[in-house]
Ligand binder design. Structure first.
Ligand code: PSU
Ligand code: MN
Length: 315
C-alpha cells in the first residue's frame, strides 16, 4: 500500500482482517510529554487498556528516518526518551533528514492512521486555539488534521491554558462532530468541566460508531469524542486554575510567550503544575490517557468490520 509509511506486520494483519486497531501518538510517551518514569508507565497502562478491551495498539513515530505505524516493545526505551516533536507538516522533513526519533503529535498521528486505514485514535489531550490567537495566530495544526482525516479521536479535551471556547468553535467551523462522552461540556484535560457546552453527547461506543460511519458516508473527515478525566483522579477546576495562574507566574514567561505557546513554555508550565499539585496533575494525566485508550478500544470494536474508505453517494 503506502510505501512512505511502514506498518508493522501485526497492524497490517489486524487491519486486513478488520480487527480493532487503535492508533497512538508518541509525543505523550516521549520526554516531551510526561516526565520519566511516568511516561513509561503511561505507555504500559495504555497498551494494557487496549489489550484488555481486545484492540491492537498502532503506536506511530518516526524512527531512523522512517514513518512507522505499529512500533513494538523493543523500541519502547527509545520512544520514552528524548525526541523531536513531529507534527504532520514535519513528517516530510523528518524523513528527508533521517531524524533518529521524531515523536508524533495528534496531527501527524491522525494523518498516518488515515493513510493506513486505521479509524480510531486515542490521545491524552489535543492541541487547540491558544489564548491570544487573534494576535499571535497560534492555532494547533491538530485541529485541521482532525478535520481532514477520517479518524475518530478520543481526547480528554485540551489543557485549561488554551482558549477552549475558541477551540470548540474552530472544530465546529471545520465541520468536526464533537461529542461529549457521557458529558455535555468540553473537558479541560486535568479537570472535567470547562464551562464550554457541547452540542452533542453520547453514552455508548456503538453510538460513536454510528455517528462516525454516517459522517464518513457523507464525505466527512474526523470525529472527536471528548472524554473527561475519571472522577477519582480529576482535579477541581478552581484549584487547577489557581495552580495554573501560579505556575504561569512562577515560570516567568511573559504573557505574550505563554500565548504563543513556544516549545519550552508548555513543558515548563506542566512541570511547575506537577510540583504545585504534589504530583496530582501527573496522576490525572496517566488516568485520562488510560481511560481514553479503553474508550477508544470499545469504539474500535464497535467499528470493526467497517473501513475508513469514504463511501461514495449511492444512486
Ligand atoms: N496536550 C498535552 N500533552 C501533550 C500534547 C498535548 O496535554 O504532550 C502534545 C500532543 O502531541 C499534541 C501537541 O498533538 O502537543 C500539540 O502541539 P501544538 O500545540 O504545538 O500543535
Ligand atoms: Mn502552535
Amino acid at each position: 500500500m503506502n510505501r512512505s509509511i511502514v506498518c508493522s506486520p501485526d497492524v497490517v494483519r489486524a487491519r486486513d482482517d478488520k480487527r480493532p486497531v487503535v492508533a497512538l501518538e508518541s509525543t505523550i510517551f516521549s520526554e516531551l510529554g510526561l516526565p520519566s518514569p511516568h511516561n513509561r508507565e503511561a505507555l504500559e497502562r495504555v497498551q494494557a487498556a487496549l489489550a484488555a478491551a481486545g484492540a491492537l495498539p498502532a503506536l506511530t513515530a518516526v524512527v531512523d528516518g522512517t514513518i512507522r505505524c505499529g512500533v513494538e516493545g523493543e523500541l519502547f526505551d527509545r520512544i520514552c526518551g528524548p525526541a523531536r516533536k513531529v507534527a504532520y507538516r514535519d513528517l516530510s522533513v523528518a524523513t528527508a533528514h533521517g531524524w533518529a526519533y521524531g515523536a508524533t503529535t495528534v496531527s501527524a498521528t491522525v494523518a498516518i492512521a488515515g493513510r493506513c486505514g486505521i479509524s480510531v485514535f486515542a490521545t491524552g489531550g489535543i492541541g487547540g486555539v491558544h489564548r491570544g490567537a487573534e494576535r499571535t495566530g497560534d492555532v494547533s495544526a491538530d485541529l485541521d488534521a482532525i478535520a481532514r482525516w477520517p479518524v475518530v479521536t478520543v481526547t480528554a479535551g485540551a489543557k485549561v491554558f488554551l482558549d477552549l471556547a475558541r477551540t470548540v468553535e474552530y472544530l465546529e467551523t471545520r465541520s468536526v462532530p464533537v461529542m461529549g462522552w457521557r458529558c455535555d461540556e468540553f473537558p479541560a484535560f486535568h479537570t472535567r468541566s470547562s464551562g464550554v457546552a457541547l452540542a452533542h453527547s453520547v453514552e455508548e461506543a456503538e453510538e460513536v460508531a454510528a455517528v462516525a460511519r454516517n459522517h464518513w458516508a457523507l464525505g466527512g473527515g474526523g470525529v472527536v469524542v471528548a472524554c473527561p478525566v475519571p472522577e477519582a483522579e480529576a482535579i477541581d477546576r478552581d484549584e487547577l486554575e489557581q495552580w495554573v495562574d501560579q505556575a504561569l507566574a512562577d515560570t516567568g514567561f511573559a504573557p505574550s510567550e505563554v500565548e504563543r505557546g513556544g516549545a519550552d513554555v508548555t513543558p515548563a508550565v506542566l512541570r511547575r503544575l506537577s510540583e504545585l499539585s504534589g504530583g496530582r496533575t501527573v496522576h490525572a494525566n496517566l488516568a485520562l490517557a488510560e481511560h481514553n485508550a479503553s474508550v477508544a478500544a470499545d469504539i474500535a470494536v464497535a467499528l470493526a468490520g467497517t473501513t475508513t474508505d469514504r463511501a461514495s453517494a449511492e444512486g
